[in-house]
Design a protein around this ligand. Structure first.
Ligand code: SAM
Length: 329
């Protein structure tokens, strides 16, 4: 199966890594080609899983062809669409194409295909999705990522709110970077208001969380209940207590305090992170992954026993960049 993924424009490297991580759960040998926000992946992949899991993407299609703009007519003549009715939607990815190019291409493709299929703009049997990046990429739409559901889970829309929480799209990406599969145990030892656990629970992980602050533990439990997620456990715990889990955790996704609004209980940040890496290493099973949002690149060196698999800077605002890092044990 070859899938065409329309990535979100924000943090493109992270969006690409997230998509490839989800593909790798089913097929470790997945192959990929990038054309800016258009990502082509080939392997044993279920496109519906990509639609339900990705945070930093807009749509997923079954790839039909990629070509230069001048070649589109002949390529459209060759394709077969499922069913009798269709519609065409175009997405301009980047500034290379003007809005008129998108409208014009949709109209042109519609005219060519209407020789063989009937247009139905409301409820078609298939939607041809054309992504306009450096090249033109076309596929049959499997589904669009439900971006409104991420907005609906924003911190201010949850029963317990605190400004420390990541946007749900970024929390979902952090979870996906761990490659945790359905039913696997995912731990967030700095769970705060539960934003990461919420995203992990929604994709079918069994969740385990802790925080040193009792108010956060109660608030996170309340937030998870609100979205019908039942964790294995959320408890008041210092990070080092998770060492006791001795290889029983499949994945860890976490957003530790970074020394600003989120408290470190007066502990120097370097000392806290060194303890965190050590406890996470103890808790994770062999081959498991830790995805962690760090406030500076320099902290990566504290993860002595782990292998760094990738690092993706995410600009939160002008003076704050977080580095989403993935480590494997
Ligand atoms: C940046 S916040 C986590 C935000 C979280 N991702 C959310 O969605 O709300 C970091 C959390 O780490 C907790 N924390 C600080 N020191 C800790 C420690 N030693 N052990 C466990 N948790 C700690 C803080 O109470 C805070 O809630």
């Amino acid at each position: 199966m070859r899938c065409l993924i329309e990535l979100s424009g924000e943090c493109l490297d992270l969006a690409t890594a997230e998509a490839l991580s989800v593909c790798s759960i089913a097929d470790k040998a997945v192959r990929s080609e990038s054309d800016g926000r258009a990502l082509l992946v080939t392997g044993n992949i279920d496109p519906k899983i990509l639609v339900s899991r990705l945070g930093l993407a807009w749509s997923v299609s079954q790839h039909l062809f990629s070509c230069k703009p001048g070649e589109i007519d002949s390529r459209l003549d060759e394709i077969a669409l499922p069913g009798n009715t269709f519609r065409v939607r175009t997405s301009r990815l980047g500034s290379r194409h003007s809005p008129n190019d998108g409208v014009g291409l949709a109209k042109h493709a519609g005219e060519i295909l209407s020789a063989r299929y009937r247009v139905d703009l409301e409820n078609p049997d298939s939607e041809l999705r054309i992504l306009m990046a450096n090249e033109i990429h076309a596929g049959i739409l499997t589904g669009e990522i439900d971006r409104s559901s991420f907005e609906a889970r924003k911190p201010e829309n949850r029963p317990f709110n605190h400004p420390i929480s990541l946007h749900p799209k970024l929390a979902r990406a952090l979870v996906n970077l761990t490659r945790a599969g359905d039913g696997q145990i995912l731990l967030d030892p700095f769970c705060g208001t539960g934003g990461v656990l919420l995203e992990a629970g929604l994709i079918g992980c069994q969740t385990l969380g802790g925080d040193i602050d009792e108010r956060m533990v109660e608030g996170a439990a309340k937030n998870l209940r609100h979205f019908s997620i039942r964790p294995i456990e959320i408890r008041k715990a210092d990070i080092s207590e998770w060492s006791e889990n001795q290889g029983r955790v499949d994945a860890i996704a976490t957003d530790p305090p970074y020394g600003r609004s989120a408290t470190t209980a007066k502990e120097p940040i370097g000392a806290l992170y060194a303890r965190a890496f050590s406890a996470c290493h103890d808790a994770l099973r062999e081959g498991g992954r830790l995805a962690i949002a760090l406030p500076a690149e320099k902290h990566v060196g504290l993860a002595k026993d782990f292998r760094l698999e990738g690092m993706y800077p995410v600009r939160v605002h002008r003076s704050l960049t977080r580095y989403f890092c993935v480590f494997s044990k």
